[in-house]
Design a protein around this ligand. Structure first.
Ligand code: ATP
Ligand code: MG
Length: 241
């Protein structure tokens, strides 16, 4: 089953947050998802451990994945689930090239800043290098993160122009800067178990995550073999009014 890797060599670009949101939405849509946590900060593993009984059905998180056991864990989980997701460290490391080599689709989270764009460009260069060596083109998209829903900064415009110039695919759904996307890590909850009275704009955060999940699913259908799993997928989750 397909392997989807989240990578950006710039630390703090929003990889782990994007993994959590997308893995949760795909699991809610009916896919069986395993997240392999190769981020040395282990945020997604901690979140999963805290969730306990609140964990979405069909979502597994595998802690302590490293260069030494990556291949073994991918082989172990691929037959058991519909999708394997890799959360990588936010620094240049041999693990990135190793993980990209196993990937069917790569998502590159990037904030609207020159530093994040450079981190994204490093991953894209690595993908071109692999294509050159192996003649295998790994499809990839950038997903913009921590976007202000009201203001478009000049830096963000610059990042978008650069991606367009380099013909890099950009997901239409950005991840908006939301308190809910931060709080979800600290309280051991999901966007669907949090209390809307204490988290501002929770409904908008849910809607953002759902749109993103649907767009990623469309991409996966285009690039990867998730046909059999899709037959069992329930109709799209109704958006929050
Ligand atoms: N959409 C968002 N809204 C609000 N806060 C966000 C959002 N995305 C990320 N953050 C915050 O930004 C910080 C970095 O995010 P995250 O840990 O997801 O990045 P990362 O790329 O995985 O980092 P690392 O490279 O260290 O693994 C965290 O404090 C996170 O809560
Ligand atoms: Mg991370």
């Amino acid at each position: 089953m397909p392997v989807v890797t989240f990578a950006n060599t710039k630390g703090g670009a929003g990889k782990t947050t994007a993994v959590l949101l997308i893995a949760t939405e795909l699991a809610r849509m009916g896919l069986r998802v395993a997240v392999l946590d190769a981020d040395p900060q282990h945020w997604i593993s901690r979140w999963h451990q805290q969730l306990g009984g609140n964990c979405p059905e069909r979502l597994d998180v595998v802690p302590y994945v490293s260069a030494a056991n990556l291949e073994r864990e991918i082989k172990r989980w691929q037959p058991a689930v519909d999708l394997v997701i890799l959360d990588l460290p936010g620094a240049r490391s041999p693990l990135i090239a190793q993980a990209l080599g196993h990937s069917d689709y790569v998502l590159i989270p990037a904030q609207g800043s020159a530093m994040d764009a450079q981190g994204a460009a490093n991953v894209i260069d690595l993908l071109y290098y692999l294509e050159d060596k192996t003649c295998i083109r790994i499809p990839h998209s950038v997903v913009l993160t921590r976007i202000n829903p009201i203001i478009t900064t000049r830096a963000l415009q610059g990042v978008k122009a650069l991606l367009a110039e380099k013909r890099v695919h950009l997901l239409a759904t950005p991840i908006i800067e939301r308190a809910a996307f931060r709080d979800v890590f600290s309280c051991g909850e999901t966007l669907y178990t949090m209390d809307a009275k204490t988290v501002s704009n929770l409904d908008r955060a849910q809607e953002n995550a759902q749109l993103l999940g649907r767009e990623v699913l469309e991409r996966l259908k285009r690039y990867c073999d998730i046909g059999p799993a899709l037959d069992q997928i329930a109709p799209p989750v109704r958006l929050v009014a």
